[in-house]
Write a protein that binds this ligand. Sequence first.
Ligand code: 5GP
Length: 141
Amino acid sequence: MSYDSDNIFAKILRGEIPSETLYEDDETYVFMDIMPRADGHCLVIPKTPCRNMLDASDAQLAACLRTVRLMGHAVMKAFGAGGVTVQQFNEDVGGQEVFHLHYHVLPRHEGIKLRPPGQMADFGVLKEQADKIRAALAEMG
Ligand code: 5GP
């Protein structure tokens, strides 16, 4: 399986498709998921190409997981969450739909289940939630 540079996240990285940016560093980029399964659901991706965890380099995985940890703290702070769920899918059969490595970061609250997949966000609400996460990141320094 090879990397297709026309996947949606590659287009987001190139600025060809808009996204609600939360954070970036030299190696990773973070943005809101447009079909959030929890308030604050965001996606961490490497800036360099790889299809999923199976073809990722040690450096890509390490960079993504550092950013996943950062975003875990940020979304918990932003939404007063008690925990965070991290999801990552590999290939069709493994549940993957977009073929650029990504980690889902989902803030969680006691007794509240994840919403079903495929429900498009209201973009005004998504921006408000993104503002909260950006503010939390700024406070964390
Ligand atoms: P997976 O490949 O892990 O199953 O999930 C892909 C994720 O990407 C889904 O949660 C979906 O909502 C999200 N997604 C799909 N297209 C877009 C898009 O154009 N923009 C953003 N921000 N997220 C997307």
